[in-house]
Design a protein around this ligand. Structure first.
Ligand code: KIV
Length: 270
């Protein structure tokens, strides 16, 4: 029997039951099917699309149209998963009407179940406006990559009492605005624990330690597709990048040595 579609109630129930869950950030149909086969029920079409797939150094250049296209690819493959579209740089911060229209596109064109927005207390009004219009919103605070220029790099946040206080205040403002969960990125474990205790919605950590309600990783990173990317917060569960290089080398060697195609791979007249 096919499993029921995952709805927004999943998050409140998980927090209430203290059930840890995982989220994977991915961008197309095949990885979405693999995640679903592994039992992952919440998928994020992250703007890390820019760095993981498009070859950019940062996430700033990815566009709304590209994000919608990739959200459609994921949704088509996994109709029952909870699919979250990530709002790209400036798509939700210039004006509330822009934010609502852009978020609406993720739902109506992309088939997303929700959107994610980077930013804290400063965007709480906009988030409340989206939620009032029926758009489920996932918050994202701590080291938000869309603000790396302002932070002066990808630096761990929440060290020291004033910074911890700021991040807890961001979480509380977003919760009040109506988010159903909050991503905490590159935050000290102590501060992430404070946010998790203070928030009535689940916290989803990446580089935020162990004392959060859930964990998110990027599909490509978890599988080691880029063998050169190994930040401290990441655990690689496979070395698919190295295996792919070895397989392609073997293909080239078989062709140059004449063993591929073999008899099993060719067609005959009779
Ligand atoms: O873009 C992304 O993939 C993300 C997650 C890492 C949280 O924002």
């Amino acid at each position: 029997m096919a499993s029921a579609p995952v709805s927004i109630t999943y998050f409140a129930e998980a927090k209430k039951k203290r059930e840890r869950f995982v989220v994977l950030s991915l961008y197309e149909a095949w990885s979405a099917r693999l995640a679903e086969a592994a039992g992952v029920r919440v998928l994020l079409v992250g703007d890390s699309l820019a760095t993981s797939v498009q070859g950019h150094e940062t996430t700033l250049s990815v566009t709304m149209d590209q994000m919608i296209y990739h959200t459609q690819c994921v949704r088509r493959a996994v109709p029952r998963a909870f699919v979250i579209g990530d709002m790209p740089f400036l798509s939700h911060t210039v004006s509330e009407s822009d934010a609502i229209r852009n978020a609406g596109r993720f739902l109506s064109e992309g088939g997303a179940s929700a959107v994610k927005v980077e930013g804290g207390a400063e965007i709480a009004d906009v988030v409340a406006g989206m939620v009032r219009r029926g758009i489920p919103v996932l918050g994202h605070i701590g080291m938000t990559p869309q603000h790396h220029l302002r932070f002066g790099g990808y630096k761990v946040q929440g060290r020291g009492a004033p910074d911890a206080k700021r991040i807890v205040a961001d979480a509380k403002a977003l919760e009040k605005a109506g988010v159903f969960a909050i991503v905490l990125e590159l935050v000290t474990e102590e501060t992430a624990a404070q946010v998790t205790a203070a928030a009535g919605v689940p916290t989803i950590g990446i580089g935020a330690g162990r004392k959060v309600d859930a964990q998110v990783l990027v599909f490509h990173d978890l599988l080691g597709l880029n063998p050169h990317f190994s930040p401290r917060f990441l655990k690689r569960y496979a070395e698919v990048g190295d295996e792919a290089v070895a397989a392609i080398r073997k293909f080239a060697a078989d062709v140059s040595g004449g063993s591929f195609p073999g008899e099993a791979n060719v067609f005959h007249n009779q």
